[in-house]
Design a protein around this ligand. Structure first.
Ligand code: RB5
Length: 148
């Protein structure tokens, strides 16, 4: 089975994004790179919204988002109702955010994580299924029920 993965980043995440695309060895991944394409300063919400818009049109894709900490870009992503973005710093978090939260975007902080950890997180994230039909599905369904 192949995985389609759209990736977006700000300037702080550019080097890690480039490393990940070049070094992730799993040939089943098809990358869609939404930028930014240099270390020139940009605003992370612009790339978060670009990724969210792309995923709205391509619900069969996962998303990866990278900024300096992973925090700002995840905040902007999670303003979209179809996005469940999770900042992960280890593979246990990456596994559980799929099982428990049905996360569809994995966020990294390039200034606070190592490359090998990122690769492990991605492998686990892509190959772990959401646990449907029980308490996790009930809870995820409640995430978007609060207005205002
Ligand atoms: C950019 O300097 C930095 O603020 C951004 O990459 C991110 O860490 C924000 O949350």
């Amino acid at each position: 089975m192949g995985f389609k993965v759209a990736i977006a980043n700000d300037h702080g995440g550019f080097a890690l994004k480039r490393w990940l695309i070049e070094n992730y060895q799993d040939r089943t991944v098809e990358w869609v790179d939404l930028g930014t394409e240099s270390e020139e300063s940009v605003d992370y919400p612009d790339f978060a919204h670009k990724l969210a818009d792309y995923l709205k049109d391509h619900p069969d894709h996962y998303g990866i988002a990278i900024c300096g900490t992973g925090i700002g870009i995840s905040m902007a992503l999670n303003r979209h109702n179809h996005i469940r973005a999770a900042v992960c710093t280890n593979s246990t978090m990456a596994r559980l955010t799929r099982i428990d939260n049905d996360a569809n975007v994995l966020c990294f902080g390039a200034r606070v994580i190592g490359e090998q950890v990122v690769r492990d997180c991605l492998s686990v994230f892509l190959t772990t299924d959401f646990e449907t039909g029980g308490r996790h599905e009930r809870r995820v369904n409640k995430i978007n029920t609060k207005e205002g």
